[in-house]
Design a protein around this ligand. Sequence first.
Ligand SMILES: Nc1ncnc2c1ncn2[C@@H]1O[C@H](COP(=O)(O)OP(=O)(O)O)[C@@H](O)[C@H]1O
Ligand SMILES: [Mg+2]
Length: 357
Amino acid sequence: MSLGPVTRGRSMLHSPMPGVFAVDSDIDQNCSDRSFKDIVGESPALKAALTKVQRVAPTGSTVLVLGETGTGKELIARAIHNLSDRCRRPFVKLNCAAIPSDLLESELFGHEKGAFTGALTQRIGRFETAHTGTLFLDEIGDLPLSLQPKLLRVLQEREFERLGGTRTHQIDVRLVAATHRDLTEMVNRGQFRSDLYYRINVFPITVPPLRARPEDIPQLVQHFVDIYARRIGMQIDHIAKETMAAFQAYAWPGNIRELQNLVERSVILASNGELPNPLPPSDCIHVEASSGLGTFKESQRALILRALEACAWIIGGQRGAAAKLGLKRTTLITKMRYFGITRPGATFDTTWQSLSD
Ligand SMILES: Nc1ncnc2c1ncn2[C@@H]1O[C@H](COP(=O)(O)OP(=O)(O)O)[C@@H](O)[C@H]1O
Ligand SMILES: [Mg+2]
């Protein structure tokens, strides 16, 4: 997707294919494409996030990327690096949820030989590898409390020591952090330090869930069909209207990652050049009452929201949320007004306008 020229900073790194990034560190010598070419979608919700990316990328400021799993947080982090002055320098990624907590400190800061049992050689940590570049700390909400003061120190003082080492290393690293967790809630519960939260929450960017931008779905489906059909060596030249409608009606709890995988499955199963619909027709029907936690009013609101999301915010008709809830369309609309429920991304006014026609 293109949002026009970037006025400051350098250009965007070229990535061979969406989702194909170096796991560890990579330095691109090209740095020549300034558009968001790997990011598919034109919805206002996505554009709003990308406008923020363009704004913050050249500044070198810390960025906190928020959003549900599979929404494209890593792509956004990558774009921030690529649109910054650091694009020719390393982009180093560490998923805090994927490394056992007792190894995380050494992963981040490295260790000297003999620092602990099994430390047979000296090892450089991710901060050092990312020097002059960008460090992407994914799932930062999973960083153990015991490590949080150390991360705060390196961010504030720009210096650290390797485990078991005495020498202080100066470091120049831009941090981009991401999480699907609600960090303010974690701070309130004492699970995340407030000082670190304030330090990383300089410039938050929320990546919208796919159900808040169903208009992006046809483009995304076509994009992944092209990729997988080429990879498998299959020709797909027809996607039935009903199949695309089913893709757009589904709520995508796993967001773009889920869509990508379903399209891959669908391409494998294709015959006669037509993409089959991989979604069971009952996807809209799985709306159960909430777990019983909260008041009756809260449960009702949650149930209505879930039904609307599962039905892609279609209210009336056979496939609509009213039918799934066993309510009349007008009753559901009254309840939505009562609970102040509006479609994500829509203003209050536009939601009610579309309901009344
Ligand atoms: N707008 C998009 N256009 C194309 N591919 C996307 C887009 N958003 C996400 N993806 C793809 O979806 C998958 C999940 O994205 P990722 O950035 O890993 O999500 P997250 O980090 O939020 O879990 C990746 O393969 C990524 O390339
Ligand atoms: Mg991720």
